[in-house]
Ligand binder design. Structure first.
Ligand SMILES: [Zn+2]
Ligand SMILES: [Zn+2]
Length: 360
């Protein structure tokens, strides 16, 4: 029996998130109701809790988040109710596990029509628009019928299920980097997604994958999960080290994952001429850069990467289900949803955790 009410973490305003009772969503013929068995905490979740303007707006741009909203986009769950049309459209049945892509495509904008659904201009993302894309930090979640839904093999387990969305982001970035057998690849920032990018980059079998971070627990994890070399930027000059390893030339690929201005500057410095930089990080401050390094000095290729692309979920589900990547060690904590605040604070510190999954 599906109850009428449930517990969820709801965002009302910056620093005003509440764990409280709310109605279990109702679904139409086109939708699916899932029981969420966990939802990861993303840097975006903690930044929105702290009131970052990219969510709540400021003088120059309007709010994108629509409050109140049930938080969380890194979730997976079991189908507990499904409309007839949804069953037909998605090929799912009661008891299946599934995950929706984070962005619900509007189907009408130029990006959706051009097959670039993850860039949809409307940009409704699970966990950010109340009433449209209420998220997975709740006992039940409505999967809107316009979503792109992937069936998930149960062998992935709870940790694997909740890592599908972050791994899909990692996969898209690594695909964007166009890594070849000859490349020396450097990844700046070993948060949970950085750790997944490092592992996916290794699957491309380049000459070397180097992981950079400043936290001992994360560097230890990167080493355990297969990085060829880890550099603690608080102890070592990472630019000098990479240059030294590459005969003075520099690395072929730099994946910027941390959202820190210094990481951008380091990347531009340590890339060889004709190197490629992929930017994924989300920044709280601006990064002043001497642009002549991009053109006149090095003829660099600068690429951006945003969420999963079209390919991310397929790659993520295959890589997790077939144990091509280790997610079990990246999810360091499973914490009851009611303890969300201490979990958010622990995720922000990052010195004792990698990915934290909240369990409703
Ligand atoms: Zn995320
Ligand atoms: Zn669209």
């Amino acid at each position: 029996m599906i109850p009428k009410t449930m517990k969820a973490l709801i965002a009302y305003a910056p620093m005003d998130f509440r764990y409280e009772d709310c109605p279990v969503p109702e679904i139409s013929e086109d939708d699916i109701l899932i029981k969420s068995f966990g939802c990861g905490i993303c840097a975006g979740d903690t930044k929105s809790w702290r009131g970052a303007s990219m969510f709540w707006g400021d003088e120059t741009h309007p709010a994108w988040l629509k409050a109140p909203v049930r938080c969380g986009h890194e979730f997976c769950g079991e189908v507990v109710m499904i409309g007839d049309r949804a069953a037909e459209n998605f090929g799912l049945t009661l008891g299946d596990w599934c995950v929706p892509e984070q962005a619900i495509p509007c189907g009408k904008c130029r990006y959706c029509l051009d097959g670039e659904r993850w860039l949809c201009e409307v940009h409704n993302l699970y966990g950010f628009q109340g009433g449209i894309t209420d998220g997975g930090m709740a006992e039940y979640v409505k999967i809107d019928g316009r979503s792109i839904v992937h069936k998930v093999p149960k062998s992935v387990g709870v940790k694997g299920g909740c890592m599908i969305e972050p791994v899909s982001c990692a996969a898209h970035t690594v695909e964007r980097a166009g890594i070849t057998l000859r490349d020396v690849v450097v990844i700046g920032g070993m948060g949970p997604i950085g750790l997944m990018k490092m592992q996916l980059a290794k699957l491309k079998n380049p000459k070397m994958v180097i992981a950079i971070d400043g936290k001992p627990n994360r560097l230890a994890l990167a080493e355990k999960l297969g990085a060829d070399l880890v550099i603690d930027y608080t102890k070592e000059d990472c630019v000098a080290k990479v240059k030294e390893l590459t005969g003075g030339y520099g690395c072929d690929v730099y994946i910027e994952n941390s959202g820190s201005p210094q990481s951008v500057l380091n990347g531009l410095e340590m890339l060889k001429k004709h190197g490629r930089m992929v930017e994924f990080g989300v920044f709280l401050e601006k990064t002043p850069v001497d642009w002549s390094i991009i053109g006149d000095k090095k003829e660099l290729t600068i690429l951006g990467s945003h969420i999963s692309g079209t390919e991310g979920y397929d790659i993520a589900i295959d890589a997790i289900a077939n144990k091509k990547v280790n997610v079990e060690d990246v999810v360091t904590h499973l914490i009851p949803l009611k303890d969300w605040q201490s979990a958010y604070e622990m995720a922000e510190r990052g010195d004792e955790s990698a990915k934290i999954v909240l369990v409703p």
